[in-house]
Design a protein around this ligand. Structure first.
Ligand SMILES: [Zn+2]
Length: 85
């Protein structure tokens, strides 16, 4: 449990084992990789995701896009520096 009493789990990025609070998608390092537009979409859709099924779907869509964006940028980094051991 974090100091706010929220459950702790790991970042949604598969290769990342950083711990995050349960309501967050990503660790700080991965969150920072998102564009400001994606951060805003995830954040604003998260705030309203409890309102309706449609809002929740919008949140899932934003989260999926953010994850795809991070995975893509990780692949690009790997292509630049070569595979890590
Ligand atoms: Zn992470």
């Amino acid at each position: 449990m974090s100091r706010f009493g929220l459950p702790i789990r790991t970042c949604y990025v598969r290769a990342c084992s950083s711990e995050v609070e349960g309501r967050k998608l990503f660790c700080y390092a991965h969150w920072r990789q998102l564009t400001p537009e994606l951060q805003e979409r995830v954040h604003s859709s998260w705030k309203s995701n409890h309102l309706s099924r449609e809002h929740f779907r919008a949140y899932l869509e934003a989260a999926r896009e953010a994850l795809a964006f991070i995975n893509d940028s990780e692949v690009q980094i790997e292509a630049m520096v070569g595979p890590q051991p």
